[in-house]
Design a protein around this ligand. Sequence first.
Ligand SMILES: *Cc1c(COP(=O)(O)O)cnc(C)c1O
Length: 422
Amino acid sequence: MMFENTLAFAKKMDAHDPLRKYRGEFHFPKVNGEPVIYFTGNSLGLQPKRTQKYIDEILSDWSELGVEGHFHADRSWWDYHELLAAPLAKVVGAKPNEVSVMNTLTVNLHLLMVSFYRPTAKRFKILCEEKAFPSDQYMLQSQVRFHGRAPESAIVEVKKREGEHFWRTEDVIAKIKEVGDELALVLIGGVNYYNGQVFDMETITAAGTAVGARVGWDLAHAAGNVEVQLHDWNVDFAAWCSYKYMNSGPGNASGVFINEKYHAKTDIPRFEGWWGTKKENRFLMKPEFEPMPNADAWQLSNPPILSLAPYLASLDMFEETGMAPLIKKRKKIVAYLEFILREMDRETKGSFEIITPEARGCQLSVFLHGQGRSLFDFLMENGVVTDWREPNVIRLAPAPFYCSFEDMYRFGQLLKQGVSRL
Ligand SMILES: *Cc1c(COP(=O)(O)O)cnc(C)c1O
């Protein structure tokens, strides 16, 4: 497609955007009285306007029904979490019985390690990407120490090549083969938070499985962003948060995927609680744990309904659009943003460099040469919300639900102003 760096062209793109009405379905923060250009949907998605209604419904059920809301609310609380499984399964390419919502992301990764990281004397290593998201690094290190081992010997990091900004699939595969029968687990962020790279999850999962390891994915930056087929790719487990591309609010609940091949295993190690027990018997208060026949067996507590409500509101929107149109628009708007960046780079004589590889989702990470931090500040003051990562990188994620092509054009103009001023 031929792009043009003009307001008229951007407006034409918006007019032809089948998802354009969704922009009006979100609350935008304002700077200088104008809605911002919001590039941080990869960090905290904007609030859908309908979220309020879903929360109000819980509050009014609670005020009118008290404890009876568990069974007599229109959307009863005791099985409210089950409402999320089917729409969420579509977002991550799973069967509804393989998906559950509970806790928060790092908590769930720890809980999943109980089931899927079972080191033995011979097979105890974990493979991840170098410079993984810090919470994932701390989680892995503490798990390894919990099993009485040293992170330095048990954690194997796949590195980028000298002078390159991305991981090569062939290097991940080579490392998996090298570690071979010492490899207990592969756990990587499906989309890297820093450079925006999408890992080849299907190929890597197959390679890990082939050497006898378990393979899990942290989909924090992938869920609601890129195409994922967890079931068909034969992934063992995955977890993600709901507040990035899934627009469910700060610190909100996490989704998990547990491949159905593990559901019937009675000997699988797992930390258990009453919400994981068979729902028919849950209130019989018996001492025996009888697991739910699905991913809900990993549930512990009765879920925080006030957190699930915004997640359900968001999933209703994903259900309305489907992933395919979101992905289609995402590809187009990211390509347009890239075009604008390259135009600006030419006009400003090489002030920045895109470090995100071809295999990408919504995010472009841009290395700013020279006066990075002050350019970032200029953008923020002028209503462009991005984020800053040391040493000199801004991350731009035009979420397809609510960002417009006009936003991209206006961003380019502000960028040019910022660079020429500094
Ligand atoms: C955002 C993110 C997290 C955050 O974890 P929480 O437990 O929700 O705070 C963890 N891992 C990755 C890869 C992330 O991108």
